[in-house]
Ligand binder design. Structure first.
Ligand code: R2B
Ligand code: URA
Length: 309
């Protein structure tokens, strides 16, 4: 595949392999990717996945299947989009579809769910000897001062106190990792969004939380330990720190990709403006259309990179 260069950031695009950061891995005779239902002994991973250049992850299994079918059409691949099959059919934890150089995988909701998938995905890319891979998280989020339907391209993934870091407990101690994302890919995505019609999008910080309700300052959970005023004050502080949307996976996604030398970007559509409420009230068909927006944007980016447009 001929990869086009789209800006100065891409000039220094290094042919790089996926770097797992675990000295024990290479001495293992077999590596069972349990939650993906794949293994280095039972599957020829280089043959199955060696040509992957773009990995797109998102929470919902159905949405990631729909994305794979959409990419099949967009890349004009032979055969019917209806015939694509789930590579991980041996498990119902995650689903995975491959369409040409694009891998589409679901990750469920929240940091623990996506981090299990990412450990196994990154090992998969390593075992398959993939090079120059870019990862995208395509998701939904709550907007901070943005109209529903706006797409946020993440500049920095930040934690509950707006710091660009991810904390992981390892052997009873907290390890802190940076959550910086690839600046060049974010800029290229913003450029792509300007080439699409009626496509409201911004670059901003994305706050990652460990809960949808109290953890995101919602007043409508089964528990609520704060006032309406306290909620608004927290959201205002977030806005001042550059936060434009809130979701539940971006910090660990950014941190793990960064450590392993993978370029990564987060693209989430906003389902509501959190200054105006907590419940998601848009009709189903409107929400479906919103959720297609990150897919349309990333598809445009991929087609450009492949020289198809
Ligand atoms: C966005 O949407 C989900 C919660 O509804 C969660 O996975 C996220 O990050
Ligand atoms: N996903 C979230 O995590 N929060 C929202 O408000 C909407 C979607």
């Amino acid at each position: 595949i001929l990869l086009n260069c789209m800006g100065s950031e891409h000039k220094d695009y290094i042919k790089q392999q996926v770097q797992v950061k675990n000295p024990y891995l290479d001495s293992m005779e077999e590596d069972i990717l349990y939650h993906l239902s794949l293994s280095t002994k039972t599957h020829n991973l280089p043959e199955m996945f060696g040509d992957i250049k773009f990995v797109c992850v998102g929470g919902s299994a159905n949405r990631m299947k729909a994305f794979a079918q959409f990419m099949h059409q967009e890349l004009n691949l032979p055969g019917s989009p209806e015939d694509i099959t789930d590579i991980c059919e041996g498990t119902d934890r995650y689903c995975m579809y491959k369409v040409g150089p694009v891998l589409s995988i679901s990750h469920g909701m929240g940091v623990p769910s996506i981090s299990i998938m990412l450990h196994e995905l990154i090992k998969l890319l390593h075992h398959a000897q993939c090079r120059d891979v870019v990862l995208f998280r395509l998701g939904t989020s709550g907007g901070v001062g943005l109209a529903p339907g706006t797409v946020v391209i993440t500049e920095k993934a930040v934690d509950y106190s707006f710091r660009p870091q991810f904390e992981q407990v390892v052997l009873g101690k907290v390890i802190t990792r940076s959550t910086e994302l690839d600046e060049g890919v974010a800029k290229d995505l913003l450029q792509c969004s300007s080439e699409l019609q009626n496509f409201p999008s911004v670059i901003g910080n994305t706050m990652c939380t460990h809960d949808f309700y109290e953890g995101q300052g919602r007043l409508d959970g089964a528990l609520c330990s704060f006032s309406h005023e306290e909620k608004l004050e927290y959201l205002r502080k977030a806005y001042e720190a550059g936060v434009r949307n809130i979701e539940m996976e971006s910090t660990v996604f950014a941190a793990m990709c960064r450590v392993c030398g993978l370029k990564a970007a987060v693209v989430c559509v906003v389902l509501l403006n959190r200054f105006e409420g907590d419940q998601i009230t848009s009709p189903h068909d409107v929400l479906v259309e919103y959720q297609q927006r990150p897919q349309v944007l990333v598809s445009h980016y991929i087609k450009k990179r492949l020289g198809l447009i």
